[in-house]
Design a protein around this ligand. Sequence first.
Ligand code: NAD
Ligand code: USQ
Length: 404
Amino acid sequence: SLSAVSHSGKCSRVMVIGGDGYCGWATALHLSKQGYEVAIVDSLVRRLFDEQLGTHTLTPIASLQKRVKRWRDLSGKSLSVYVGDICDFEFLESSLRAFAPDAVVHFGEQRSAPYSMIDRGRAIFTQHNNVIGTLNVLFAIKEFAAECHLVKLGTMGEYGTPNIDIEEGFITINHNGRSDTLPYPKQASSFYHLSKVHDSHNIAFTCKAWGLRATDLNQGVVYGVMTPETQLHEELINRLDYDAIFGTALNRFCVQAAIGHPLTVYGKGGQTRGYLDIRDTVRCVELAIANPPNLGEFRVFNQFTEQFSVNELAKLVIGAGKKLGIEVEAANVPNPRVEAEEHYYNAKHTKLVELGLEPHFLSDALLDSLLNVAIKYLDRVDRALIMPDVSWKKVGVKPRTVMS
Ligand code: NAD
Ligand code: USQ
């Protein structure tokens, strides 16, 4: 049954699916600090990918159990933990009924584009894990928590790189004398990014058909590692991926700079994306939760604060390295992906700012601190994990082992 609070419309209980991951752990702690009752749901499959591929986080992360205990000891606040796979409906049903959330924040997907392009098995795993997991969440909410607000992590990559401005979810089109506001066209460029497109369609449909309420957060690339909560203790430290499969552009560049590896600019480096600091990720999720949509409403926010090309990121990291006395250079690596390397990019991102987001812009201070974290854990870096090894064109049906 739903808690009394949810009937009054105020959100106080939040289930964070994927709460052991990079964005989810930081968000779970932030919401707990803000006074929400938080439950973490996670299958720990991200830790298994590392075992399987021989990858690891730069920062030494503690087990989920140790993290949660340390947070309780330091903050006095408990996090409920449900370890299991949301593709298992019985598991999801029992956790949702036991915790009775007012909001479900869904981070729990396979989120690497290169992982989804390793081989057929990983492509299928990615779309099954992500699409079925989200469908299960939608059915569970409909059946057992109909008022619950779904806050779903999508991606800016759903839109691709069209030669016109990107709107927040919807675009008004005039066609043959008639006009309508329609979902913005989707042109995703990996099996991973496509799984998010499929999710968005399923969520939009169920809001319409069943009257669910949902916010699709089309997030850009996240950078940074520290938040006020994760930096309280080494056992609360967040993961920081730097390998070519899970590491994302700016985080990778900072680690590469720290170990004196040339920055791996893929192709011409004109690829432009939206970026945001992990401290803004947690705040954006809080803003979405605190301002829920009406029942039946499907809302889309573009969640990033600034846009950069890969070349611009490389230049910023080279400059920051210079200040710390580190010599950094950029290398042009043949692009393992199929994507536009020079293109127009102008994406709207006003809705979260209107709700009160005060962005942390990419600054020298942030680059210094990321570089210093990278330098602190330099001994943990495995240089063999840096160069990309997964090709969009060579993906085939044969099971592949990478990084061996
Ligand atoms: P992550 O891999 O670090 O975390 C995801 C977590 O979900 C992991 O702990 C994993 O074990 C868990 N998980 C995966 N499948 C599950 C399942 N079936 N059942 C239960 N748990 C499951 O990823 P992240 O970087 O924290 O990303 C979180 C979300 O945000 C993803 O949906 C991702 O697509 C989205 N996102 C991330 C970024 C980024 O730059 N990191 C940018 C945009 C959007
Ligand atoms: N790139 C490089 N060099 C590198 C790594 C990446 O040039 O060493 C380029 C890529 O080719 C791409 C861009 O940088 O053009 C971004 O790549 P990325 O690996 O940083 O990010 P991406 O694959 O898009 O995926 C990440 C997250 C994913 C999220 C997405 C947001 O892993 O979960 O959905 O960012 S977005 O990019 O807006 O779609």
